[in-house]
Design a protein around this ligand. Structure first.
Ligand code: PBG
Length: 335
């Protein structure tokens, strides 16, 4: 603080002078219950193991799930988001809807281990199709209408296994309405829909595609994901998915979209907004930290608290376990 004799100088830093004053003034806190831990679960145990572009994150075999869940729960985290990696892929990704597929099996294991943990499941075809696109393709390589039926069947298979929340991540028009209607008519009206309403076509998903073995074999996802240059379209997408019955909407990638999170927080005051700190955001911090160029703990916590400051109520992050521990160290638990 620069001291001045002039009485009229307004200082904004008096409340930053001591740790106590800073604590009293702090507007935003993190706690373990802010975080959702993504998990990659493989059907073929040979695909399990560390993911080189996501240091500290592994693909898990079903036999490793109990141990992982224990660690997550011990850190105070209340939710997980599951991505399945099937042993075999085909053109239509049909395995995704199998009642005994990798995700239904994982959900059942988790619900036995810890019935209180919120289990959320990704509903998309890109890990299951041989071409890596998020739907069934017609001869012109456009995603076809039949995809919506498959997504609805996937959601019902997950709900039947005990998933609390299904998360359609493909940004396909009409998918929320179709999934909601199918869940309701099958009797799963308690299953919530967390929609990836605002998903930008982003370069920051690169490491995820390695982790989930889901890179498109040709083309890209710009025909259905949002253009990062656009903001008004984000509000239109979120509004539409909420109208179709989404219980909450995801914005991603979180860090590059803080303006969008903050805008939606104000524009849609009653909406539940989640933010996904995606693989590339995690990888950038991890890579810089490995080189000693950045303080990893401080960078992770700063990135997460700014996502919360922007207005996200839930944060999906690969740093969930460590961030939950650090948040507890700094501020205790506030469930
Ligand atoms: C697939 C999906 C992607 C992510 C979540 N679900 C990748 C994509 O759209 O290509 C990205 C998450 C991350 O990068 O951590 N529908």
């Amino acid at each position: 603080m620069i001291t001045s004799d002039t009485q009229s100088v307004r200082s904004l830093s008096r409340f930053r002078r001591t740790p106590a004053l800073r604590a009293l003034r702090r507007e935003t806190f993190l706690s373990p219950s802010d975080f959702i831990q993504p998990l990659f679960i493989v059907e073929d145990p040979q695909h399990a193991g560390p993911i080189s572009s996501l240091p500290g994150v592994s693909r898990l075999a079903l036999t490793e799930l109990d141990g992982a869940i224990d660690q997550i729960v011990a850190a105070g985290i209340r939710g997980v988001l599951l991505f399945g990696i099937p042993a075999a892929k085909d053109d239509d990704g049909l395995h995704a809807a199998a009642p005994d597929g990798i995700i239904p099996r994982a959900v059942r294991i988790i619900k036995v281990r810890d019935p209180g943990l919120a289990v959320m499941t990704d509903v998309c075809l890109c890990q299951y199709t041989s071409h890596g696109h998020c739907g069934i393709l017609d001869s012109d390589h456009n995603i076809n209408e039949r995809t919506l039926d498959v997504l609805a069947r996937i959601a019902c298979a997950h709900a039947a296994a005990g998933s609390d929340v299904v998360a359609p991540s493909g940004m396909l028009d009409g998918s929320v309405a179709r999934i909601r209607a199918s869940l309701d008519s099958a009797g799963y009206n308690i299953t919530a829909v967390l929609s990836y309403a605002v998903k930008y076509a982003s370069a920051f998903y690169g490491p995820f595609r390695e982790a989930a073995r889901s890179s498109p074999g040709f083309g890209d996802r710009r025909s259905h994901q949002l253009d990062p240059a656009n903001a008004r379209e984000a509000q239109a997408e979120a509004t539409q998915d909420l109208a179709e019955g989404a219980d909450a909407v995801i914005v991603k990638p979180a860090g590059p979209s803080l303006d969008i999170i903050a805008h939606l927080r104000l524009a849609l005051p009653t909406a539940h907004i989640a933010a996904y700190q995606v693989s590339g955001e995690y990888a950038m911090i991890a890579a810089a930290a490995e080189r000693g160029w950045i303080d990893e703990r401080a960078a992770i916590m700063e990135s997460l608290i700014t996502i919360k400051r922007a207005g996200a109520g839930m944060i999906i992050t690969y740093s969930a376990i460590r961030a939950a521990r650090w948040a507890t160290e700094e501020w205790g638990t506030r469930p």
